[in-house]
Design a protein around this ligand. Structure first.
Ligand SMILES: O=P(O)(O)OC[C@H]1O[C@](O)(CO)[C@@H](O)[C@@H]1O
Length: 536
């Protein structure tokens, strides 16, 4: 079957009467909740509250076959250059030691870097590696942006506890307010600075690196600076030019994409903050999800099934965004990580062959932890004119002793999913208002505003506990979902040419801000003039 025919079959499944109904599917199939709940690598994922049914799934499996999703997965594991526009392999699975991924060269490289990371992190944590003044490092500052920030910062926020030492901090934005906020809590004598940049050329990261290097030099003296620096990069000449001794450079290869790099040397801040055992457990969780992705049959393959949900909701049901709602405050940076992972990977309009695709691709990802989200944007999910699928992430066991708080948290997460599904019709709203003593006029006026349409899709992911293994598995699940969606949509999920133009244009505009020739575009020139007038 051609991919066009297969996609047409998916659209035909969506064109059936009531194809978007969800409540009715529970009525038809009492076993739906269990039949549509899947387990892998310790995670439980409930897809029952989507409008997927056997017909839709059959069409989606047909599309997976036509687009060769699993063949692409296997090519990825073999280390073929599936990132064709950059001529690169995509081997982040090799970073977690997943058997059958990459070749012996990659395996050896990963093992060597991991050993160096372990020795360094352990040395710092145990006080064998000290700052220039002989003090222990109490703080680690990771300077990086995008994939060199978001993944590690998200994991650190999730797993590094208040009692962990060294503390880890993340500086991403070139806006020096970010640095000003961080530096007031940092003592240069006790701060280890990691410059995290795959390319070691990213303008913002290098500007921040120079700023922080100057801060170290002013406090400790130029000769002492290198004792406080390390680089995480694929660019050995660049790190040398910056004055970082080779022993303090932790490398990786260009087969690691930025948004997939937290498992590589880019994760050194995590090894420092969590300790080696917990960092290894994070890799282990991802490895378990890799094994599932590589070996589970299609019908149970969670990354593939989650990709089906997104494709069904987006292409077949016409939704354009998705809300990620972790009911765990420690996962507050997960939506930001997923924004890069999914939107940088899947925000593409050109297919693998170079022609424009004729179907929609990746949508908007946004989110906030619950219950906070319930008191901000979730109104729109319940009653807005646009359908926005939701993704609830629940954690069964908290790491605090406040059982009552956790029960409230869980109850709210479960209730939101149920409310989106069930909705509330006019007769039941009217009955409730009558019971509350409202008169007929009030009931007539308010009922339409208080109706919930229901049948709004959601997925629930359940973690036993927010520990390194579960989080590793969760992140890997999303990574593999992205790979599947790229294949299903026929796009390259592993490049990011769309970030280039803005970077290029910033060069001459910066020169204009520094007193050079004015910008050529009239709108930019006018705004620059307005800025300069306000700065005068
Ligand atoms: O690690 P680097 O090379 O500094 O790049 C940082 C980020 O910039 C991007 O290239 C986008 O500008 C991301 O893909 C990447 O994660």
């Amino acid at each position: 079957m051609s991919t066009d025919t297969a996609l047409a079959a998916v659209m035909a499944a969506a064109a059936r009467p009531h194809a978007g109904a969800i409540r009715a599917r529970f009525a038809e199939d009492p076993a739906r909740a269990t039949r549509f709940t899947f387990r892998a690598a310790g995670l439980t994922v409930d897809l029952s509250r989507t409008s997927l049914d056997d017909t839709a799934l059959a069409a989606l499996h047909g599309l997976a076959e036509a687009t060769g999703v699993l063949a692409r997965r296997d090519a990825m594991a073999r280390g073929e250059a599936i990132n064709a526009t950059e001529g690169r392999a995509v081997l982040h699975m090799a970073l977690r030691g997943t058997p059958g991924v990459g070749g012996s060269a990659e395996t050896a490289q990963v093992a060597e870097t991991l050993a160096r990371m372990r020795d360094f992190a352990t040395g710092v944590r145990e006080g064998a590696i000290l700052g220039a003044t002989g003090e222990r490092f109490t703080d680690v500052l990771n300077i990086g942006i995008g994939g060199s920030d978001l993944g590690p910062a998200m994991v650190a926020r999730a797993l590094v506890g208040p009692g962990d030492l060294p503390r880890v901090h993340y500086l991403a934005n070139v806006d020096a307010h970010a640095w000003a906020a961080l530096r007031q809590n940092l003592d240069p004598a006790r701060t280890l600075v990691l410059i995290a940049s795959k390319t070691f050329t990213t303008q913002e990261t290098m500007a921040n690196a120079r700023l922080v290097r100057g801060w170290l030099a002013a406090a400790l003296g130029e000769a002492q600076v290198s004792a406080h620096l390390a680089a995480l990069s694929t660019n050995a000449p660049g790190t040398a030019e910056f004055g970082i001794p080779p022993a303090r450079v932790f490398g990786f290869e260009n087969w690691v994409g930025g948004r997939f790099s937290l498992w590589s040397a880019i994760g050194l801040s995590l090894a420092l903050g969590l300790g080696w055992e917990r960092f290894e457990a994070l890799l282990g969780g991802a490895r378990a999800m890799d094994a599932h992705f590589l070996h589970a049959p299609s019908a149970e393959n969670l990354p593939l099934l989650l990709a089906f949900v997104d494709l069904w909701n987006g292409n077949a049901m016409g939704t354009t965004s998705r809300a990620v709602l972790p009911y765990d405050e420690r996962l507050c940076r997960l939506p930001a990580h997923l924004q890069q992972l999914e939107m940088e990977s899947l925000g593409k309009r050109v297919g693998l062959g170079g022609a424009l695709v004729s179907h929609a691709t990746g949508g908007v990802v946004f989110g906030e932890p619950g219950t906070n989200a319930q008191h901000s944007f979730i109104q729109m999910l319940h009653q807005g004119t646009r359908v926005i699928p939701a993704e609830f992430i629940l954690v069964a066991n908290p790491d605090h002793a406040e059982a009552a708080s956790h029960r409230i948290l869980l109850a709210n997460g479960l209730a939101q999913a149920e409310a989106l599904l069930q909705g509330r019709d006019a007769p039941s709203v009217a009955a409730e208002m009558r019971a509350a003593g409202r008169d007929a006029a009030q009931i007539a006026a308010l009922v339409p505003h208080r109706v919930f349409p229901g049948d709004r899709p959601s997925v629930t992911l359940l973690l036993p506990r927010l520990d390194p293994a579960s989080l590793g598995a969760l992140i890997a699940l999303y990574e593999h979902k992205v790979a599947c969606l790229g294949a299903l949509w026929g796009i390259n999920a592993f490049d990011q040419w769309g970030v280039e133009l803005g970077k290029q244009l910033a060069g001459p505009i910066l020169a204009a801000l520094e007193g050079g020739a004015p910008p050529t575009h009239p709108a930019t020139a006018a705004m620059l003039a307005a800025i300069e007038a306000l700065q005068a």
